[in-house]
Design a protein around this ligand. Structure first.
Ligand code: ADP
Length: 484
């Protein structure tokens, strides 16, 4: 079973992916901020406490020394109680500092040494009475060592504060970097996601567009979209439509072909009969009868022409587009068709002027088919030209590669919005639909033929009125180089 992965699912997936990145970045930043908070708390609580307590301890030591000396000199007991208070404060402070020691944030080893040295000293724990007799409670040198120890520990503490500040700074910088990287990743993911989704949409849209373009040019073909989303459903709906259109088109063409064949046979009999009457095979015919019979005969010819055109529909449908071109001299081609063209023009007093190209290169094509194209275009030019006007046929070189045949007339021209439509099957310009003969097939047949030859066919209105039809054919040199 294939999993359907629609456009909505793709967009939702991208949305959740971006959400995931966003919250991921938030989580990382949260962890960093927590760590920053802890570090700053440690600085504030541990180091600041150590700094505050150690400052008091120095004072305690001095107070102990001074009060003992005063006592010995003045023999007042109050100094002994001051001594005791300072000593207790000192021990208290020391204990508090040592309790602040944590493995992640160790305090200076000096503190342990001071405590040990203080406790080991027999005089620091003596009774007040014995102090009265004792000449000195600690040596000055030891006292100095303790004070030095305190000062060293304070400096170490200060250093730790500085290091912690550097760490906070580093953490801050890392957080900024991480959020920057996160931003880049989410930006990249967003862009890539958007590109991926738009690509997965643009591809099928292009295929659908080509398919629709082809259908508008009567090329019915199926499109293949393998994506498992709404586009594959759209493609299958498009293919159903395309199949249906093709079937309808085939039915219509078959119907026209069968009908044309069926009408043609009795029509031939009618024409033969009318001709026999005109030629007096069946007896004498007076002038009035002859006149009306001639009208009947020309109308029969008209119907016959129409049937010929309609039969071209079958030709159009079965036209494979595979041709076996041969070199053709374009001037020679014009000369060959000139008699029938000039005769056609004379019917409407339209003068057809042929302009040959000196040193014209040979072109590659199927002569019969190119003649059919030329006749279609020139007959149209004559049909739409006013009497006593000119139709000019030119052969021009184009880009040194192709040769252009140009047929220009002095007729009504073709409105711009209809210029591409007239090459479609059965299309006839709005202005002429109701008062001109035709079935709208000549140009669509011509277009197929010219495209099969690798050329293009188009029409432009002339500035001075009328229009010019152009079609190109590859010259022999060009054709040889593309084959080679
Ligand atoms: P048909 O001539 O049988 O109608 P075509 O396919 O030859 O069919 O031409 C299609 C339509 O193009 C014509 O009906 C007409 O509207 C327009 N057209 C063709 N040639 C000319 C022209 N020389 N001048 C004006 N309109 C033209």
């Amino acid at each position: 079973m294939k999993i359907k992965f629609g456009i909505t699912s793709k967009l939702l997936l991208l949305f959740f992916f971006l959400l995931f990145i966003f919250y991921g970045i938030l989580l990382v930043l949260f962890v960093d901020i927590q760590s920053l908070k802890e570090t700053s708390q440690q600085i504030i609580s541990i180091n600041n406490q150590v700094a505050a307590l150690s400052k008091g301890m120095n004072d305690n030591l001095i107070s102990m020394d001074v009060n003992l000396k005063k006592f010995k000199l003045l023999k007042k007991k109050v100094y002994l109680s001051y001594f005791e208070t300072a000593k207790n404060d000192f021990c208290d402070g020391l204990d508090k500092i040592i309790k602040l020691n944590v493995p992640t944030y160790p305090i200076s080893s000096q503190w342990e040494w001071i405590r040990k040295s203080f406790q080991d000293n027999p005089n620091t724990s003596i009774h007040l009475e014995s102090i009265q007799e004792s000449p000195v409670w600690v040596e000055d040198s030891l006292m100095n060592k303790w004070m030095e120890g305190i000062s060293t520990a304070r400096k170490e503490n200060q250093r730790q504060i500085e290091q912690a500040l550097i760490r906070i700074n580093d953490l801050g910088r890392q957080s900024v970097n991480k959020s920057f990287i996160g931003m880049l990743v989410s930006l990249l993911a967003g862009i890539l996601g958007a590109v991926f989704i738009s690509k997965s949409m643009i591809g099928p849209i292009k295929k659908l567009k080509h398919g629709l373009n082809d259908i508008s040019k009567d090329h019915y073909h199926l499109i293949e979209i393998n994506s498992q989303d709404e586009f594959s459903e759209l493609a299958s709906a498009f293919n159903n439509m395309s199949r249906q259109l093709k079937e309808d088109e085939d039915i219509r063409s078959d119907f026209i072909a069968i009908l044309s064949h069926e009408i043609r046979t009795p029509l031939s009999s009618i024409r033969e009969s009318v001709n026999m009457i005109i030629e007096k095979v069946l007896g004498p015919v007076n002038d009035t009868q002859r006149k009306f019979l001639k009208i009947a005969s020309s109308e029969i010819s008209r119907i016959n022409d129409l049937l010929d055109h309609l039969l071209d529909v079958s030709m159009l449908e079965s036209y494979s587009g595979k041709i076996s071109p041969e070199p053709i001299d374009p001037n020679q081609l014009l000369r060959e068709v000139s008699t029938s063209l000039i005769a056609k023009g004379k019917i409407k007093d339209v003068t057809i002027r042929l302009h040959e190209l000196g040193d014209a290169p040979m072109v590659m094509g199927v002569k019969k088919e190119i003649i059919q194209v030329l006749l279609n275009i020139v007959y149209n030019a004559v049909k739409f030209s006013p009497t006593n006007s000119f139709v000019d046929i030119h052969v021009n070189p184009k880009n040194n590669k192709d040769l252009t045949f140009e047929v220009s007339d002095q007729g009504p021209g073709i409105p711009e919005e209809e210029q591409s439509l007239i090459f479609k099957k059965y299309y006839r310009a709005k202005d002429v639909r109701n008062h001109m003969d035709g079935v709208g097939l000549g140009l669509s047949i011509s277009k197929r033929i010219i495209h099969a030859h690798g050329g293009i066919i188009y029409v432009e209105n002339n500035k001075e009125g009328g229009c010019s039809f152009f079609f190109t054919l590859p010259s022999i040199n060009e054709s040889m180089t593309t084959q080679g």
